[in-house]
Design a protein around this ligand. Structure first.
Ligand code: SF4
Length: 641
């Protein structure tokens, strides 16, 4: 019997890497088609979920979309980690890593084969044909399909074609006291290939694993015991794909090499699963707010502190963005103003009338780099992105909550309480003399928000807190020494902003809404269906929900920094009637300050490790998705101390 694969078995199956994202999507859609007959049952269970609390939402109990044939490489993933299998096979979530890319490159040659294999009876076999590459076969008995890197052939006059599949691996085999052993992940994949060949009439006694690092060929004889083991694993994987997403592994070294760790958040999720209110009734209350207070996170950080790529903003009307290979060319008429490598950007923001070629749109969709559109005045219109939204379950859960007034309120309480807390912290940190009665009022507003009985009551609490906060906002701005009053601020106004500070605040909120919409879409949400913000045409309501807690920390903070550091002056604004807007030069300075803030690292209030604000926003959306699918009990807003 095979030994359980150890931590080093995470070789990121090269076969899997060789499959393009579109092929992966095709596999998922095949699964959907195979499961159409189950749709009625899905609907009836969703109705039940509508009345459930976030902690008890059991959306994943619905019959899942299990295709008739599971890919053998997915069974390989199941052996490595059932949760990884579930993410990839059921939810369609894939993340490339250095390992996966290396695996794909190592597989290029074997993937170039024609896939043609002589018939099992040897009728069309030729003596000079000793192997076939890229052979795709399926087994009805197992319900498994596989693509074999290489199949070695032997024929003679009196027997059927004898075959041995050869599976290429980038790493090395496991070694123990008895010599070379195979990782369970490798063993299952090869065993399934052998069984599939047998089920198609070929004589197959063994398979071969070829390890590129050590240049070793390791044979695996297919015994009845191994066959039984493989069949049991396939049955377990199939069962797993019908249920809920499995829990993360606990403190497993496998997670360190897993490309899905930034999505899975194994240690973070396990930590939050241990915390939480006694009952779902307490979720979103001050009781929930205090749950787990004092518990400290000792897990690993599953994601890098910041994205090394940058946002590219284009701000001058009349520009044209074209593509030359892997580079974006920004042109004004025929003059190339700038060249930017696509791999260096994580988004392309366009303000006003800037044209983009179809080739650019296609390439950025393929690379999952969103294109974001703003009006010339900075109003966030919308965005274009690729087909990354494979995770339908997150959106199903989102829509169910959006239809349930009580559950929506629980989330809305957290969003608003988080925002008011951060407003209070902002004043305490930056106000020249924080007024104690106001600070106390905001503290009370946090408690009131957490106990609000309706969304209308919550709106009132938020509005009153905002009036208090902006009433004291001027106290955070240092007066200008030259006596000019460019940055006098009295009251928050918008559409259009009527003074420079309001123009800055509006642009900051617009950029923040954009980043929240990008993060929402990346996690698998529909940014337009919110819990606190009501649906309205063109309004990214869920993005605005999560944005609440980040408004003071990011947008307001950028405005205070720009004003107090004298980075802008009257010349950076244009006035037309009552309206005030930034000039192109002023906006460029704003973008730089905003991006600096988004990329600045902060200690995460729950996990106690450093992340930049852009990552923190993404993390909040991922945690929200966990709550919606019942993995963790309550949503905790991002609040700084
Ligand atoms: S990070 Fe760990 S628990 Fe999560 S999918 Fe990967 S191996 Fe499994």
């Amino acid at each position: 019997m095979a030994k359980r694969a150890g931590p080093k078995t995470r070789r990121m199956s090269p076969g899997r890497r060789a499959v393009s994202r579109l092929e992966r999507l095709k596999e998922i859609s095949l699964g959907v088609a195979a499961s159409r007959t189950r749709e009625c049952a899905v609907s009836s269970q969703q109705e039940t979920a509508q009345t459930a609390s976030p902690a008890s939402l059991d959306l994943f109990a619905q019959p899942n979309l299990v295709p008739a044939y599971l890919p053998a490489r997915m069974i390989n993933e199941f052996v490595y980690c059932p949760r990884l299998f579930y993410y990839e096979q059921v939810e369609g979530v894939f993340v490339e890593s250095a390992d996966t890319i290396r695996g794909s490159q190592g597989h290029k040659r074997v993937d170039q084969g024609s896939g043609a294999l002589p018939s099992a009876d040897g009728a069309d076999a030729s003596e000079d044909k000793l192997h076939a590459r890229s052979v795709e076969l399926a087994s009805d008995r197992l319900g498994v399909v596989c693509k074999m890197d290489l199949v070695e052939l032997r024929t003679d006059l009196f027997s059927n074609v004898q075959v041995s599949p050869v599976e290429y691996k980038v790493g090395a085999p496991r070694e123990n006291d008895d010599g070379i052993d195979l990782w369970d992940t490798d063993k299952i994949q090869l065993t399934l290939q052998c069984l599939i060949l047998r089920d198609n009439g070929y004589e197959c006694k063994e398979g071969i694993l070829y390890y590129r690092s050590t240049k070793q060929r390791v044979r695996l004889e297919i015994t009845p015991e191994i066959e039984k083991w493989a069949i049991e694993i396939v049955a377990k994987a199939r069962e797993c794909s019908k249920g809920q997403r499995p829990a993360p592994l606990v403190a497993s070294p496998k997670c360190v090499r897993c490309s899905l760790a930034p999505v899975c958040l194994p240690d973070e999720t396990n930590f939050l699963r241990q915390l939480g209110p006694e009952s779902s009734e307490d979720a979103g209350s001050d009781l929930a707010d205090k749950a787990g207070a004092g518990a400290s996170y000792n897990g690993r950080r599953s994601l890098t502190p910041r994205d090394e790529r940058r946002a590219l903003y284009l701000n001058s009307p009349g520009l044209f963005v074209g593509r030359k290979g892997e580079v974006l060319e920004i042109r004004e008429k025929k003059t190339v103003l700038q060249e930017v490598r696509i791999r260096d950007i994580n988004q392309l923001g366009l303000f006003g009338n800037i044209q983009v070629s179809t080739q650019v749109v296609q390439e950025l969709c393929e690379q999952e780099v969103p294109i974001i559109y703003f009006s010339g005045g900075g109003w966030f219109y919308g965005m274009t992105h690729g087909l990354g939204l494979t995770n339908v379950f997150t959106r199903i859960a989102q829509f169910d909550v959006a239809r349930d007034e009580r559950t929506r309120r629980l989330f809305a309480r957290s969003f608003v309480a988080g925002k008011i807390r951060n407003q209070r912290t902002m004043l305490m940190r930056n106000h020249e003399e924080p007024p104690t009665p106001l600070i106390n009022r905001l503290r009370q507003a946090v408690n009131d928000a957490l106990m609000a009985k309706s969304l209308d009551e919550l709106l009132g609490i938020e509005g009153s807190a905002a009036a208090n906060y902006f009433g004291a906002f001027a106290g955070m701005l240092k007066p200008e020494s030259n006596g000019l009053s460019t940055f006098d601020f009295r009251v928050r106004n918008r559409r259009p902003p009527r003074d420079p500070v309001n123009a800055l605040l509006s642009l900051g909120y617009s950029l923040l809404a954009k980043d929240c919409a990008i993060a929402a879409a990346a996690v698998g949400f529909d940014p337009y269906v919110g819990f606190y913000h009501q649906p309205r045409y063109g309004r990214p309501a869920l993005a605005l929900d999560i944005m609440e807690e980040f408004r003071p920390l990011i947008a307001d903070s950028v405005v205070v920094t720009l004003v107090n550091n004298r980075m802008l002056d009257e010349s950076h604004f244009v006035r037309a009637g009552n309206a005030v807007n930034l000039t192109a030069r002023g906006r460029k300075i704003f973008f730089e300050a905003y991006e600096a803030r988004m990329n600045s690292v902060v200690t995460h209030p729950v996990f106690d490790y450093k992340v930049c604000y852009r990552r923190a926003i993404e993390l909040q959306f991922r945690l929200l998705a966990r709550v919606l699918t019942g993995e963790i009990a309550i949503y905790r807003p991002f609040v700084t101390r």
